[in-house]
Design a protein. Structure first.
Length: 426
């Protein structure tokens, strides 16, 4: 499949300061390339058996659109219970507070839906951040209309009911020890792809106040919360160049496996130009290190306790995947031809493999990629069509997730005309 060249990607970055023009040009160029390159109009190609979760559910659920959300969480627990986001509202349209989505708890052995939980706090990229805390408990975000605030709710598989709630929404969690929270109202104001729409957008005065916003830590047992890092602290950390009059936000928090550190992206907008930094912090209140600070950081994951893997602008201003030693800060280019060919994606790792995807190529196919960290071999697992009716905020990234035993890959796709959750067995 023809992919976008380096100069095409650089040209796209050039228009970052003109978002409306960039959107128009990007969409027009996608239409043009599709009619040039999309000769074989197949919807998907993979040598592995492709299964849709829709087809495994009772008939009443099959007509709906199903998806899981972001690439940093796995939809199943060890007892074959699955979590899904479900909607009868078209995901080709922007999310609406008038139309809640549902979280389904499914017994995959019995192919039975055990719980349907409504929530109005969601987006198409990450759903409501539903994910497992352990094999019995799972957490999700919702909106409390009485209190006019975003909250987190916890449910139990064994009890089939809600067992706990918190006054802050979850962004990432460390089991039933603690979770981290961010301001989804700020996210919605600056980047609605990842925010929730239940509250009005923040004013310029509110956006520029940085001392009372940032990253919160919530104790799971007591519910006690504290502002772990303010945006003011983050914006001033290890820099003399960040403009405090710019619009700042944090997103994409990822806790390591031992729960003592996490990474996050600090983004700020100055005259519509976006600047990204990748930061490392601990959960005791210490900002530790700026891991990347060259204007662009995209998607990240932990390879192990010492190494972060990310797509960013790094050595010699090259946009690529890099591994970063969190102790020394040393950045190493990930020089794999297959991953380099397809560019930015959503990487995750189980310590033995790196799994990622790509954005649609010129024929509108997204590619699923797997890299063996021991042998150094990479292979393509499949490619999946992404229609032009899904774009920008309503796009459907594959967001692939590898099972702990590396035998199954789950991913979201619109290859057959609606948003569905698929898996392939390796």
């Amino acid at each position: 499949m023809p992919t976008y060249s380096t100069w095409e990607r650089q040209l796209a970055h050039f228009f970052n300061s003109m978002p409306l023009l960039k959107t128009f040009l990007k969409r027009s160029y996608a239409f043009l390339n599709y009619y040039i390159y999309c000769v074989n109009k197949y919807r998907q190609f993979t040598v592995y058996n492709l299964c849709s979760i829709n087809d495994l559910l009772p008939f009443k659920w099959q007509k709906n659109e199903l998806f899981f959300g972001y690439y940093d969480k796995y939809p199943m627990n060890y007892n074959d219970f699955m979590l899904l986001n479900m909607t009868s509202y078209s995901t080709k349209k922007a999310p609406s507070t008038r139309y809640p989505i549902s979280v389904l708890l499914i017994n995959m052995k019995q192919r039975e839906v055990l719980l349907e939980i409504k929530t109005r706090a969601y987006n198409w990229q990450q759903g409501c951040r539903v994910h497992w805390l352990n094999d019995d408990l799972f957490i999700l975000n919702d909106f409390d209309s009485d209190l006019q605030k975003y909250i987190a709710r916890v449910f139990s598989v064994s009890n089939l009911k809600e067992v706990k709630s918190f006054d802050y929404p979850v962004q990432d969690s460390f089991g039933i020890d603690y979770f981290l929270s961010i301001n989804y109202q700020r996210i919605n104001t600056l980047r609605p792809d990842y925010g929730y729409r239940n509250l009005s957008k923040m004013s310029i005065i509110e956006l520029k106040r940085l001392d009372n916003d940032g990253i919160w830590k919530i104790d799971y047992r007591t519910g006690k919360s504290n502002l772990l890092y303010s945006l003011e602290q983050i914006a001033n950390f290890e820099t003399e160049n960040v403009n405090l009059e710019a619009f700042h936000k944090v997103n994409h928090l990822m806790i390591n496996k031992t729960g003592d550190k996490f990474i996050f992206i600090h983004r700020y907008l100055k005259k519509n130009v976006r600047f990204d930094r990748l930061l490392l912090a601990d959960v005791q209140g210490n900002l530790l290190k700026v891991l990347a600070d060259n204007k662009m950081v995209s998607h990240c994951c932990w390879l192990n306790e010492n190494t972060v893997f990310a797509y960013l602008r790094g050595i010699d201003n090259i946009d690529s995947y890099y591994s970063i030693d969190i102790h020394t800060g040393k950045m190493t280019l990930f020089d794999n031809a297959l991953f380099r060919k397809y560019g930015d994606g959503h990487p995750s790792s189980n310590g033995r493999f790196i799994l990622s995807d790509s954005y649609p190529d010129k024929a509108l196919h997204q590619h699923l990629l797997l890299y063996n960290m021991k042998s150094g071999e990479a292979k393509e697992l499949g490619s999946f069509f992404h229609g032009l009716s899904y774009n920008e905020e309503t796009r459907c990234d594959l967001h692939p997730r590898l099972s702990p035993d590396a035998k199954r890959v789950f991913f979201d796709s619109v290859c057959n005309g609606k948003r569905q959750l698929y898996y392939i067995d390796l």
